[in-house]
Structure formats: structure tokens, C-alpha cells
Design a protein around this ligand. Structure first.
Ligand code: NCD
Length: 360
């Protein structure tokens, strides 16, 4: 299924060279903001946020305003017609005719792709459930480029909720495409990185190991990416409470770390980084949030200028088979085609919306 517009649903839909040119543009925007101040005069960006957000929504809005454009949208679906039962297709169809570019955050995996299918303008995925968050990854890559001056040859520790953390999924998929990166996945058994992401890391030629404590591995790391336990994605409060507070980065743990380690966090922080760490020069999460504006400016400019189209669905519908992931958009927006890749001799198929794997 083709769309007449270029969308950003998953960074890995694009070659690494495309990411690199976005990052270069982001650096130029950071250094020469005045050059870009009128690039989006008369353009409108819509932000449809079906889930809470501070940084992603405001940095997108700031990015558009700094390019001279204007913004519309909602950050609480309860105040829009969504509360009257409007489906994602209709909301997207209508708003994409009001705006030149649409940014969507939604609690269900695959929702950004579903929105792109019916949109009449480019769509950017600002987080689809526990699945992906490509623009946070662009932010993370720009931070590494500026602060470490490289995107390869690093040992990267990722700590916390690796199963539900969409920022972690997108970051692993991206950083494993640069040479000689090694991942140390620090989590409890319940919060381990999904198998399909581990397979992507390996297929891209990178390696990973798993660890259960920060103390055991912190001395090996060039980057420590801390994440929040994603309370809203647990099925019960009890399951969340069992994971809460297991990982806390504090000043004592930082003593063992390299002098040039950098600590990143997509934010919001709950209690996984003690406030005392903020004064350590290696704590760069607030700079990281700032860099998000530059890279989102670069992304908006690039998408608005592009004449390209996108291939949104490449797979096929199998008679009577629906995705078995209850958190997949094809199970809440039932008009969507349940499209899967992988077939023929291969009995393993993968949902094109949420990446859930199934045997047929
Ligand atoms: C993250 C998100 O929404 O996935 N935040 C962000 O976009 N900066 C991380 C989180 O909510 O934990």
C-alpha cells in the first residue's frame, strides 16, 4: 500500500545516510538558527497527542514556531471528538487536510502507521504505545554526535524497562546500524528487551549482553541510557510495584564509571536517577532534551520539502488471521487490514503495524 506522502513511522524505513544528513542539518540549525527562522512561514503543523507528553509535544511545537510556522492540535483526546467515539482514521483524515504535517502520539502500537494510511499529509510518529519512538532516537543520536563526536565504537548500557520502553527499542534498532557498537542490557527478567529487537541488533552486526545490576557493568560503559519503569503499560499495579525502584543511579555508583561516560535519559525521570547526579558533568539528559528541538526542526524541514512517497504496507492479509497482540492497533481499529510480512515457506509472520511475531 503506497501513500503519496513521506512519513516517519520507523527510522529503519530509511537508510543510515538519511539519518546522518538530518543530524548534520540539526547541527547547522543549532549553530545558525536565524538562517531557518522563516523556512516554514505559512505552514501549519498539527500535534495529535492521545497520551501525556511534555518534551516531545513542546519540542515539536517549539521547532515549528522557530521555523516560522504555526501549530494546531490537542493534547487531551477527551476534549476532542475522540471522546465522542471518532475513530483514528476519521480524525487523521480531517486534521491532515487542515495541516501541512501531522505529529501523532498514541497509546497503541502501530497507530502512527495506521494514521499515515489515511492521512493527506506527512505523518510523524511521536510514540506509538510501547513500540517505537523514532524522534526521541534522532534526539539521542544528535546528543551522541555533539557530546561524544561519534555514533560508532561505543559500549552502551540501557537500564530499566526495556520491554515497554519505546525509546529503547528505537535506539537499539538505530545504534546497531553503526559499526562496532556493543549493548549491555540492564534489567530484571520481567523487563528484558523483546526478542525481535535482540534479533535486529544481531542481524545488524552488533552484539549485546544482559546484566542485572548497574554496579557490575558501569565501569565498561561509554553511554548509560536510563529509563523510567513504564507504569501505564503494566497490566496490574502490583506488577509495576514489584519493578519500581530496583534501579537507581546515584553518586556512589557514578564513582566507578569512566570519566567520559555520558548519562542520558529520554525523561521524564521518576526516581531512577538520584537528583544528586544532576550536578555531575557526565549527566547530560537536560542537554539531550534541548537538542530535541534542533533535530525536530531538521525533520520538519526535510519532510515538508520532500516529494517522496512511502510504501506503508508491503506484506499480505492471511485469511482470518488477526494480530495476537492485544495492544496492536489492528485490534482496536478493526477496519485496518491485518497485514503481515513473511510468508511462503516461512511459517513465521510479523505484523506490519506492531511487529508481533506469529506462527501460522
Ligand atoms: C519517553 C516516551 O514518551 O516514550 N519520553 C519522551 O518522549 N521523552 C519516555 C518515557 O515516557 O518514559
Amino acid at each position: 500500500m503506497f501513500s503519496n506522502f513521506q512519513h516517519l513511522i520507523d527510522l529503519n524505513d530509511y537508510p543510515v545516510a538519511w539519518w546522518n544528513s538530518l543530524l548534520e542539518l540539526g547541527v547547522d540549525i543549532k549553530n545558525n538558527p536565524e538562517k531557518y527562522a522563516h523556512e516554514c512561514d505559512n505552514k501549519i503543523m498539527a500535534t495529535l497527542f492521545y497520551e501525556p507528553s511534555t518534551r516531545t509535544q513542546m519540542s515539536f511545537q517549539t521547532a515549528m514556531l522557530r521555523l516560522g510556522g504555526r501549530i494546531i492540535g490537542f493534547d487531551n483526546p477527551a476534549t476532542s471528538s475522540v471522546s465522542k467515539g471518532e475513530n483514528l482514521k476519521d480524525t487523521t483524515k480531517v486534521v491532515s487536510n487542515y495541516a501541512d504535517i501531522l505529529v501523532i502520539r498514541h497509546p497503541v502500537a502501530g497507530s502512527a502507521k495506521a494514521a499515515a494510511i489515511s492521512a493527506d499529509c506527512p505523518v510523524i510518529n511521536a510514540g506509538d504505545g510501547g513500540h517505537l519512538h523514532p524522534t526521541q532516537t534522532l534526539t539521542d543520536l544528535l546528543t551522541l554526535k555533539i557530546e561524544k563526536n561519534k555514533l560508532s565504537d561505543m559500549t552502551i548500557g540501557l537500564c530499566g524497562d526495556l520491554v515497554n520502553g519505546r525509546t529503547v527499542h528505537s535506539l537499539c534498532k538505530a545504534l546497531s546500524c553503526y559499526k562496532n557498537n556493543k549493548f549491555i542490557l540492564i534489567s530484571t527478567p520481567e523487563l528484558k528487551l523483546p526478542f525481535y529487537i535482540k534479533d535486529i541488533i544481531t542481524a545488524n552486526g552488533s552484539t549485546f549482553e544482559e546484566a542485572s545490576s548497574i554496579e557490575d557493568v558501569i565501569d565498561k560503559l561509554d553511554v548509560l541510557y536510563m529509563t523510567r519503569i513504564q507504569r501505564e503499560r503494566f497490566t496490574s499495579e502490583q506488577e509495576y510495584l514489584a519493578q519500581k525502584n530496583i534501579y537507581v543511579l546515584d553518586r556512589l555508583k557514578m564513582i566507578k564509571a569512566k570519566k567520559d561516560l555520558i548519562v542520558l535519559h529520554p525523561l521524564p525521570r521518576v526516581d531512577e536517577i538520584a537528583i544528586e547526579v544532576d550536578d555531575d558533568p557526565r549527566a547530560l539528559y537536560f542537554n539531550q532534551a534541548k537538542y530535541g528541538v534542533y533535530v525536530r526542526m531538521a525533520l520538519i524541514l526535510t519532510m515538508l520539502k520532500s516529494q517522496a512517497s512511502s510504501e506503508l504496507l508491503k506484506g499480505k492479509v492471511h485469511n482470518g488471521i488477526r494480530c495476537k497482540n492485544p495492544k496492536c492497533i489492528t485490534n482496536s481499529e478493526l477496519y485496518l487490514p491485518a497485514s503481515f510480512t513473511g510468508s511462503g515457506d516461512n511459517t513465521l509472520i510479523e505484523c506490519e503495524f506492531c511487529d508481533e511475531r506469529m506462527l501460522i
